[in-house]
Design a binder for this molecule. Structure first.
Ligand code: ADP
Ligand code: MG
Length: 256
């Protein structure tokens, strides 16, 4: 088991109408892997993450979490999950952080963080509160536990969202452009938290345009183009002389 990937996706395909958005994506994340997923807008990055946690149902392909395959059935020419309970469990085992924070606005930060552990995992509330306080401390917003999201800066909200995802003790964290909606001066505080998680060995897939993070924090970099992984490698390979021409051209846009 120690050797099998935490997350393995194979040949994921997704079509919206007549637009084939994912054309066969395969990727494995081993324990502690931090994989940055780069690519132009519209290349399918969000759809790929959404397919992994079944916010979108892939038309074809396999998803395995810790070796367990998500069972699909064909009906009306499309796939659908065979077992809803398995989907619910998969979702609870994947932490998702979105560009737009997505905190529940009618709950305090602490209530946001304990909601999943208390109501989905049915764990004792007192224990969840203690863990939540430790997580808020870890992301640097212990003093905001009783505040409502609207009173937090974007960077603080995103750190709360990260704490909320971590509270479920996910097997893999999925980040979809977690810093893209932030004012530039708030990007660093979120990236620092993500770097600390990476250093702790949290397995992460990170869709990002932060080249510094891709280069210095992740151990693998995947470049998506037109619904495919055009190239993948270590940061040394991807940012070195051997990079594909398409990836070079892509990162060229980020170099002033
Ligand atoms: P990225 O995150 O790389 O910018 P997306 O995965 O969001 O790319 O989108 C890839 C393509 O799929 C885009 O052309 C987008 O318009 C299309 N798309 C995404 N979601 C849907 C949807 N629910 N219905 C129809 N088209 C969609
Ligand atoms: Mg996107």
């Amino acid at each position: 088991m120690a050797d099998s990937p935490r997350l393995a996706v194979r040949d994921i395909r997704k079509t919206f109408g007549s637009h084939e958005v994912l054309r066969g994506i395969s990727l494995e994340a081993r324990d502690g892997d931090v994989i940055s997923i780069l690519g132009a807008s519209g290349s399918g990055k969000s759809t790929f993450l959404r397919c992994i946690n079944l916010l979108e149902i892939p038309d074809a392909g396999e998803i395995r979490l810790d070796g367990e395959e998500i069972r699909m059935v064909r009906s009306g020419g499309r796939n659908r999950p065979a077992i809803q309970k398995q989907v619910d469990r998969l979702r609870s085992e994947l932490g998702m952080v979105f560009q737009s924070f997505n905190l529940w606005s009618h709950m305090t930060v602490l209530q946001n963080v304990i909601e999943g552990p208390v109501h989905v995992l049915k764990r004792p509330r007192g224990e969840c509160i203690e863990e939540a306080q430790a997580l808020l401390k870890k992301v640097g917003i212990a003093d905001k536990a009783d505040a409502y999201p609207a009173f937090l800066s974007g960077g603080q909200q995103q750190r709360a969202a990260i704490a909320r995802a971590l509270a479920m003790k996910p097997k893999v964290m999925l980040f979809d452009e977690p810093t893209s909606a932030l004012d530039p001066e708030l990007v660093g505080e979120v990236l620092r938290v993500m770097r600390a998680l990476a250093e702790e060995g949290v397995t992460m897939l990170v869709v990002t345009h932060e080249m510094g993070f891709a280069r210095n924090v992740s151990n693998r970099v995947a470049f998506m183009r037109d619904g495919l992984i055009e190239s993948i490698g270590s940061p040394q390979e991807m940012f070195g002389d051997g990079a594909s021409p398409a990836f070079r051209q892509f990162i060229g846009h980020f170099q002033a």
